[in-house]
Write a protein that binds this ligand. Sequence first.
Ligand code: LLP
Length: 442
Amino acid sequence: MTTANQSLKPLTTKINENGHIEIGGCDLVQLAEKYGTPLYVFDEQTIRTMARQYKEAFKAYPKVSMLYASKAFMTKSVVRILDEEGFGFDVVSGGELYTAYKAGADLKKCLFNGNNKSYDELQMTVELGIGLISVDNFLELALLNDVAKSNNKKVDILLRVTPGIECHTHEYIQTGHLDSKFGFDLTQTDDAVELIQDEYKNLNLVGLHAHIGSQIFETSIYYDEVEVLLKEMSRIKDKFGIVMTHINLGGGLGIKYTENDCPPSVNEIAEKIISSVKENAPKYNMEEPEIHIEPGRSIIGTSGVTLYTVGSSKQVPKGKKYVAVDGGMADNPRPSLYQAVYTAEVANRPDDEPVETVTIAGRFCESGDILIKDIQMPELKEGDILCFYDTGAYGYSMSSNYNRVLKPAAVLVNNAQSDIIINRESYEHLVSLDVIPQRLEK
Ligand code: LLP
């Protein structure tokens, strides 16, 4: 069975009677007219389907919790949807924690994660009573113990470790290899455990946490990751008598950005994880653990598209043809940051035959602001609406106001209804945090 992350387009995508692309029963051209462009559009059905496919895939192993990696795209409505689907949230900042809290997420099902959490963030985490904290380093062990102590609490923690497993993805989004800024090296865990046992009495070590990387297509690394963590927990049990019960495997499952991408289904990943637990728990003399997984991209990525309006174009004599759209690297930095490749279609005439190869450029003042290099397109005209697929993850969440361009709106579509979930910024928003000191006033 295929799962939603293996689809290039949101599951409800079709060409409607107007000859336009439609998602969630909404005509994209009409959405562009109603809300303006650039516009992020999220298909609720694709999000919910993928969330349910995750749960279904792990049905054979009841001790699993799903935590959505909020960094992929977080807004209060997304929290509501995934909370309804039974997900908790992996948060990595006070801002993400606050969003989960304000949207009414069950904070007991949440985990705070990150390599340099501030004292204030730890304080907020402990005060709000988040379920688990993944401690990344020695400084944090000390800070968190202080915070917990001053709140008269004992907090459950995981230790984030680098399992030394490499995956084939862009080097910026690999995290589980040894030379990584995240987590304890496995040669440092003994010192950490000793400190927890002897000094940090307000910390309760319940498990280990790792994340190997993102946009992963290999399944075997999940098998290996489970084994490395169980083996390490077993070693710690033998040496310190501390019995840990949880493993958090991070996220990472890839999605299909182009026809050439063949990510595995979530079932294949689940099968590797479960079989590794079944084989390795007895091998290392451990109980079968509680498993946490933290998918981000694979939950939200496929559900989201971005709509742009075509503006100017330039034919370089004897060179490329550039067609510019009204967004670019500020609403989607992934092409310039990771050389990420996207698929796009003309929303107002998707059936038109491609006739030329063009490069889709953004509107930002940088030559590197190219969204797609060399894509086959019908002859594009000013006013055409382009639909970029698979922009749901790490698009809005990494967007900026570069060039003081306003951040786009986001809408949620479902059953022919569209609702704003993030307002478009206004120029007033943009200047609202600026302050002119009195001596510079006119
Ligand atoms: N858990 C941890 C500890 C993580 O660091 C991440 C992602 C996830 C879960 C979720 O991974 P996912 O399921 O989304 O692959 N900005 C990059 C991706 C950075 C991922 C960082 N960590 C991109 O646009 O490709």
